[in-house]
Design a protein around this ligand. Structure first.
Ligand SMILES: O=C(O)CCC(=O)C(=O)O
Ligand SMILES: [Fe+2]
Length: 334
């Protein structure tokens, strides 16, 4: 592996909430957390989140809004200082498929920011379709290529196989691993593209790749219809690849895919998240993965909470029963 740059602060899209903003966000999240049924997945509770997200601190709203339109070369935004009080964080769950259905303050803050950016969405076949999911190591699953593992997690676009993959992925740190070494790895196509030869770029724009669902999805089956890895503007394309689940359909495509993986490795950054850090990844432009770490399964392990956001809710309507937040997988290509 090429050397990573460990980034504890990043230029451009970094917002460190000050004390007043932290208090404001904490109060708003606490008020919403106790509203109605306190059930995040309940449509009425989410309606309350949609209303209250307009009251988020002004600098936070401005930053989120700017980021959704201009994700920058890194295609990520780090917001620091979300309401996570280490002494109040319960033991890290260790069961597979663990989710947050009841509105805790951190999960509520995460949903408030997601609801400001767009529509929080989930996938029926992944973590039972809950809007806020735990990213925690699970005993016996150390080698799984998914968020329950603790070996290095291969760089990927989230749900790259899916037509309605998220536009943004939000990962909020409640607790890092015991050794404080686990890192979220991020790499953007805007940084990787200049490293690719024109011939490889052309091949990557052709439907010569197939992508299977990740292990976190309750599904088997094939890898779907061939798709391009790069799409849209030639000079500023979107990317769709999961280096653990995407395969090329011919040798020239395989060579281009290998070059792309090398280019991404060269521009990957590692973020060691601290409690209260929330990383937003633009899933159209950036890949993410994770370094390895050593879980202990003693309640003190690494714990992130995750939410997915769509910018155009209508586009997935055909696969969201009752116009709800949960995408079924009836249609998996586009
Ligand atoms: O554990 C991490 O830092 C990232 C895991 C991941 O890829 C995800 O939760 O989507
Ligand atoms: Fe992921």
């Amino acid at each position: 592996m090429l050397a990573d740059t460990t980034v504890r602060a990043t230029g451009g899209h970094l917002l460190d909430l000050d004390h007043a903003e932290r208090d404001e966000l904490g109060r708003l999240a606490a008020a919403l957390a106790t509203r109605a049924s306190r059930r995040i997945d309940d449509p009425e509770w989410l309606d309350a989140a949609r209303e209250l997200c307009g009251l988020l601190p002004l600098r936070l709203r401005t930053t989120l809004r700017r980021f959704t339109s201009h994700p920058g070369d890194e295609a990520m935004l780090l917001v620091r200082g979300l309401p996570v009080v280490p002494a109040d964080v319960p033991p890290t769950p260790s069961a597979g498929g663990s989710v947050q259905r009841t509105a805790s303050v951190p999960a509520t803050a995460l949903v408030l920011l997601g609801a400001f950016m767009g529509e929080p969405v989930a996938f029926q076949e992944e973590k039972s379709g809950a809007l806020v999911q735990d990213v925690v190591p699970v005993p016996g699953q150390e080698r799984v290529q998914g968020n329950s593992g603790s070996v290095p997690l291969t760089m990927h676009v989230e749900n790259a196989f899916h037509a309605h993959r998220p536009d943004f992925v939000g990962l909020l740190c409640l607790r890092n691993d015991h050794d404080n070494v686990a890192g979220l790895r991020i790499a953007s196509i805007r940084n990787a593209l200049p490293l690719l030869a024109p011939a490889h770029r052309s091949v990557l724009r052709e439907p010569r790749f197939v992508t299977a669902a990740p292990q976190s999805f309750d599904r088997g089956g094939g890898a779907g219809t061939p798709h391009a890895v790069l799409a849209g503007a030639v000079e500023d394309p979107d990317v769709r690849v999961d280096f653990g689940n995407t395969t090329a359909t011919d040798p020239a495509a395989a060579a281009a895919l290998a070059e792309l993986e090398r280019a991404f490795e060269a521009v990957t950054r590692t973020l060691v998240l601290a409690p209260g850090d929330l990383a937003w990844v633009d899933n159209r432009l950036a890949l993410h993965g994770r370094t390895s770490f050593a879980p202990r399964y003693d309640g003190g392990d690494r714990w992130l909470q995750r939410v997915f956001v769509h910018l155009d809710f209508r586009r997935s309507r055909a696969v969201r029963p009752h116009d709800g937040q949960v995408v079924t997988s009836a249609q998996v290509t586009r």
